[in-house]
Design a protein around this ligand. Structure first.
Ligand code: NAD
Ligand code: DAU
Length: 332
C-alpha cells in the first residue's frame, strides 16, 4: 500500500504520519508539503530516516508537484490547507487558492491515475454555529469565515468528483484538534505556551464560545478506520463530544501549569466568531469508533507535551510568529 499524505509537515498530518508508521509499518508513505509558516519538518525528525517514508517539498496547486508525489499511490489523504481562521480574516486569497484550487489539482491527478481512495479532510466549521444540539452530516453548510467557506468549497468539489466521475471520495469533518506539534497560533497551543512564558492568555470576547477539544490521536484512529471501512461518497463527522467553553479551557490550562488566573486578558472578539460547534457522530460510532481522551485528559496531555518540548515551540515563537502576534494582538 502506498499512500500520499499532503500537508504532512503540519499539525494533524504529522501526527497521522507518526500514527501510520506505528500501525502500518509496511505502508509506503509520501508526504507532499509546501512548508508554509505552518509546515515544520521538526515534527517528523524521528521518522525522516524511515526507508518507507519520503518527503517531497511542493505545492498542491502545482500539477507537476502533485504528479510527482502521487505517482504509484493507492490512496490520498489531503490535509494540506491554510488552516487558521484569524489569518483568513486578514488575507483570504491564499485560503481560496490552497483550500479550493489545490483540491481540484489533487482530484484531477487522482482521477487520471485511478487512485483507489481519496479522503478530503474538511472541518466542522463548514456547518457554522449551532446554539443547541449537534450537526448531522446531512445538515446544510453555512460557513462563517473565509477559511470555512474555502474548506466548504474544497469538499463540495471533492463530492462533485464522486457524483460526476464516480471517484472514490470520502469527506471527513473534524472538530478542534489539540495535541503535539500544533503551531502555537491555535488557541490551546497558544495558551499553553504563553502560560509557560508567564504571558497573558488573550481570550476573545466573553470567552463563552464552545469548542469540542478532541485529542489529535483520536482523530488519527478515526481516520484510520475511515480509510479501511468508510464508504465512498459519504461524509463523516469526527468529534469527541469534549465540549468546553474557552474561558474554562484557559483556566484549566493555568491550573495545570500552576499559573495565576490574572494571566487571562479579555480582548476584542474575532469578527464573525462562531459561538458553538457540536457534531453528531453516530455514523462514525456505527463503525465502532470511540475517542480515548475526554476533554480534561486531552488538555492535560497537550499541556504536558508543550511543557516538556520547549525545543519545538521556542524557535517558532521567536520567528515569523512574533510579527504575526504583534499584528494580531498588539492593539487588540
Ligand atoms: P496546519 O496549518 O498545521 O498544517 C497545514 C499543512 O499544509 C502545513 O504543513 C503546510 O505547510 C501545508 N500546506 C499549506 N498549503 C499548502 C500547499 N499549497 N501545498 C502543500 N502543502 C501546503 O493544519 P492542521 O491543523 O494540521 O490541519 C490539517 C487539515 O485538517 C486542514 O485541512 C484543516 O482544514 C483540517 N482540520 C483541522 C482541524 C484543527 O483543529 N486543526 C480540525 C478540523 C479540520
Ligand atoms: O473546528 C475545527 C477548526 O478548529 C479547524 O477547522 C481549524 O483549522 C482550526 O484552526 C480550529 O478553528 P477555531 O477557530 O475553532 O480554532 P482557534 O484555535 O483559532 O480558536 C478556538 C477558539 O478559541 C475560538 O472560539 C476562538 C478562541 N480564541 C482563539 C485564539 C487564537 C481565543 O479566545 N483567543 C485566541 O487567541
Amino acid at each position: 500500500m502506498k499512500i500520499l499524505i499532503t500537508g504532512g509537515a503540519g499539525f494533524i498530518g504529522s501526527n497521522f504520519i507518526h500514527y501510520l508508521i506505528h500501525t502500518r509499518p509496511d505502508w509506503e508513505i509520501v508526504n507532499l508539503d509546501k512548508l508554509t509558516y505552518a509546515g515544520n519538518l521538526a515534527n517528523l525528525k524521528d521518522v525522516e530516516k524511515d526507508p518507507l517514508y519520503k518527503f517531497i517539498k511542493g505545492d498542491i496547486c502545482h500539477p507537476a508537484d502533485v504528479k510527482k508525489a502521487m505517482a504509484g499511490c493507492d490512496m490520498v489523504v489531503n490535509f494540506a490547507a491554510e488552516s487558521h481562521v484569524d489569518r483568513s480574516i486578514e488575507e483570504p486569497g491564499s485560503f481560496l487558492r490552497t483550500d479550493i484550487l489545490g483540491v481540484q489539482v489533487l482530484l484531477e491527478e487522482a482521477k487520471r491515475i485511478g487512485v483507489k481512495r481519496f479522503v478530503q479532510i474538511s472541518t466542522d466549521e463548514v456547518y457554522g454555529s449551532i446554539a443547541k444540539g449537534a450537526f448531522k452530516e446531512t445538515d446544510s453548510l453555512n460557513p462563517s469565515s473565509p477559511y470555512s467557506a474555502s474548506k466548504a468549497g474544497g469538499e463540495l468539489l471533492a463530492r462533485s468528483y464522486w457524483v460526476t466521475y464516480g471517484m472514490p471520495v470520502i469527506i471527513t469533518r473534524a472538530a478542534n484538534n489539540i495535541g503535539p506539534y500544533q503551531y502555537p497560533e491555535k488557541v490551546v497551543s497558544l495558551f499553553a505556551t504563553n502560560a509557560l512564558e508567564n504571558k497573558e492568555l488573550p481570550v476573545y470576547g466573553d470567552g463563552l464560545q464552545v469548542r469540542d477539544y478532541m485529542h489529535v490521536y483520536d482523530h488519527c484512529t478515526a481516520l484510520d478506520l475511515i480509510l479501511k471501512e468508510g464508504k465512498f461518497g459519504e461524509i463523516y463527522n469526527i468529534g469527541a463530544g469534549n465540549e468546553m467553553p474557552n474561558l474554562e479551557m484557559a483556566k484549566f490550562i493555568l491550573r495545570e501549569l500552576g499559573k495565576p488566573e490574572r494571566l487571562i486578558r479579555h480582548v476584542t472578539d474575532r469578527p464573525g466568531h462562531d459561538r458553538r460547534y457540536a457534531l453528531d457522530c453516530k455514523k462514525l460510532r456505527a463503525l465502532d469508533w470511540q475517542p480515548e481522551y475526554d476533554a480534561e485528559q486531552a488538555l492535560r496531555d497537550t499541556v504536558r507535551w508543550y511543557a516538556e518540548n520547549r525545543w519545538w515551540w521556542e524557535p517558532i515563537k521567536s520567528g515569523e510568529f512574533r510579527q504575526y502576534y504583534e499584528r494580531m494582538y498588539g492593539k487588540r
